[in-house]
Design a binder for this molecule. Structure first.
Ligand code: ATP
Length: 350
């Protein structure tokens, strides 16, 4: 049997229970609970400082939480250091040893585990083939591009047959085009191996494309967990709506089927929504507005104040009667200064 066929990777679930991590008086994680399924590509998404790296590093064992538990397949691993967890970790800055060859970098974890020479040779070849880097064993990191170095780092993480693959913003040092191709490759490898992966990013587009499910975090808490389409279409709160994709978020008040914006615009809503105390926020996606250059039933006029050409579509800034601003995205052609008619049909009220 070949080495590459020999591993029987366990499918790993990760359960996080009420995790708290403090740095002095700063609470980086404020009681985070999550269930990550086996073979899932699970992304922690949020702005800088929200706690996503701290959570990933806690799963790995690099950080010791103050309270709460981390279970792999139901087994408590909270107190275990990384080397006792059988995890593969990919760092933002590659973290390769500059004075070791690619082979030595990738084989290190197997040397530590006292594997045979034949096993190590074959397994390193297998890992480099997974990241499409066959033939570079003798090179040193400085002789390789950033993208190649990160692929070496991924091979190093995979070579030990980890139960779980943890990736901390692995693409953020690469240029835009490379980021897109490498994220596709990471996803393909993860699916081909059937390995549970937890991925950290602040890039919502990356998260939407690559993930089975996403946890949106802010300020040390998880705000929403769901599939990319759920998070995009049905955000649970204003922060998630605003952080994922483009959003129209208009403050105002409900008046029995009409939304009265704080600026003074009257926006009819397609379904009756009961008035609520203390103000409301109308949320709709720019591509969901109904629009036309001629009046539409139940629509209101809006002036096109600016057009942003995005290639396949355009994004328009609209000014409604009364002064509220909205974004519209469409492949239909309008000019600055045009009066068009819009209708808000798909929306949420927060
Ligand atoms: P980024 O994308 O900028 O890395 P993040 O969402 O991953 O952000 P964390 O790195 O987890 O956020 O940091 C969460 C909070 O904890 C931040 O306020 C950060 O400054 C703080 N923090 C993280 N590590 C430490 C540390 N070792 N010592 C003190 N404070 C820390």
């Amino acid at each position: 049997m070949k080495v590459s066929d020999s591993h029987e990777r366990r499918s790993t679930t990760v359960t996080i229970e009420d995790l708290v991590k403090k740095f002095g008086s700063l609470q980086a994680l404020k009681g985070v609970s999550l269930d990550i399924h086996e073979k899932e590509f699970f992304t922690l998404l949020g702005p800088s400082g929200c706690g996503k790296t701290t959570l990933l590093r806690s799963i790995a064992g690099f950080e010791k939480p103050n309270s709460g538990r981390i279970l792999f397949n139901g087994i408590n691993t909270t107190e275990l250091p990384p080397w006792e967890k059988n995890i593969g970790f990919v760092f933002q800055n590659y973290a390769l040893w500059p004075n070791k060859t690619v082979f030595q970098n990738v084989s290190y974890g197997l040397e530590l585990r006292k594997k045979s020479k034949d096993y190590i040779n074959e397994k390193v070849q297998w890992a480099l083939a997974m990241v499409e880097l066959t033939g570079v064993e003798k090179k040193y990191p400085e002789e390789m591009s950033g993208g190649q170095q990160q692929r070496v780092a991924i091979a190093r993480a995979l070579v030990i047959d980890p139960d779980i693959l943890l990736l901390d913003e692995p693409l953020s040092n690469l240029d835009a085009k490379l980021r897109i191709s490498l994220r596709k490759q990471i996803r393909q490898i993860q699916k081909a191996l059937g390995i549970t992966a937890v991925y950290v990013t602040h890039d919502q587009e990356e998260a939407l494309e690559i993930s089975d499910r996403i946890a949106v975090m802010n300020n040390g808490v998880v705000l929403q967990v769901g599939r990319p389409d759920e998070i995009y279409r049905n955000p649970k709160d204003i922060f998630v709506a605003d952080f994922i994709g483009k959003a129209n978020l208009i403050e105002g008040n409900l008046d029995d089927g009409i939304f009265l914006s704080a600026a003074g615009s009257r926006i009819p809503l397609s379904k009756f929504v009961k008035s609520q105390q203390g103000g409301a926020v109308l949320f709709t996606r720019p591509e969901l507005l109904v629009h036309d250059s001629v009046p539409i039933d139940g629509g209101i006029p809006a002036i096109v104040s600016e057009r942003f050409y995005l290639g396949n579509i355009s994004r328009y800034s609209l000014e409604l009667d009364g002064g509220s601003q909205m974004l519209l995205e469409t492949n239909k052609e309008y000019k600055s200064g045009d009066t068009i008619y819009i209708k808000v049909e798909k929306y949420e009220i927060f």
